[in-house]
Design a binder for this molecule. Sequence first.
Ligand code: SAH
Ligand code: SF4
Length: 339
Amino acid sequence: MQVLTGLSQKEIEIITDNLHQSKFRARQIHNWIYLKSASSIDDMTDLSKDFREQLKKIAVVSNVKIKIKQISSDGTIKYLLEYPDGECVETVLMRFDNRANLTACVSSQVGCAVNCSFCATGKRGFVRNLTYKEIIEQVLTIQRDTGLKVTNVVFMGQGEPLLNLDNVLKAMEIFNESFQIGQRRITVSTSGIIPGIKRLAELDMQSTLAISLHAPEHDLRKKLMPIEEKFNLDELKLALKDYVQKTGRRITVEYLLIKDLNDTVPCAKKLAEYLFDLKCNVNIIPYNPTADNDYQRPSNNAIMRFKCLLEHSGKKVTVRLERGADIDAACGQLKGKVN
Ligand code: SAH
Ligand code: SF4
């Protein structure tokens, strides 16, 4: 059985050609999948009954199952999806105050090899890459289930997107071309995989690069993110400056704030020094609790103090709104398992 999800219009034309149908039919099928969120071939009501029967013999819309769906008190929806091989990942739909914006937080891998000490996904280790079809299937599942159109995509679910860059780039292309989601509405977050950053710097893209920095100096960062051994802050800085210079794009620096660890005044000052000549905005992420470590979320006062210190250095700073914590859907709480 052929799975229609993930096929480009050209690829669908191969199917319609084989069934002696016109290219116009391929366009209709394409729109049903990406823009009108058909769940089944029977949903495609402007195709003749005969043609639908023919198509059903050789193709299905999707082969992904919703295993669990949870709705948070703030409206965030978390799905646990199961692929045909039995592997599962989460995908999260967030609605912000501006109701017109619907952001899908997608996973790029099952598990993650980077093993950051604060992250539930990392604790699980790396299982496998997702194909680009499996990535876009996450957004299609959200659209089919809610009947709503996703407007923004962030690669902030399970996995390190720059360690699966071919599939991530292909998925981004389809989000842009088939889902009609503007490149500027797509954000890729990385723990700082320098070869991936260099590759992105060479592409002419409008999407946002977000870097999980989380500490302003080597020893502390190493404790939080073992990847610092391989790609350290000094090299990262060079790669980021080069990225900004080549693309002209401002990057987002994500800074996870953990109580009494990296939320101190000296840390804020060092971070401001590290960032002073980098074209970036800063997004502070107060730590969300996960099992397997004893980190704590800082007080609101500590968060505000850190924010103000950075603002004094001239940066635009936002604090990430916590979404879906009551259903373990917030940053770092995804582990692809049934609780
Ligand atoms: N692997 C990528 C993208 C996924 S994680 C990356 O690390 O950038 C998205 C963001 O959530 C990252 O900035 C990550 O560091 C952060 N995060 C991970 N665990 C968290 C936790 N327990 N609380 C808050 N943020 C967390
Ligand atoms: Fe992987 Fe990102 Fe979690 Fe680190 S924070 S373990 S890179 S998913």
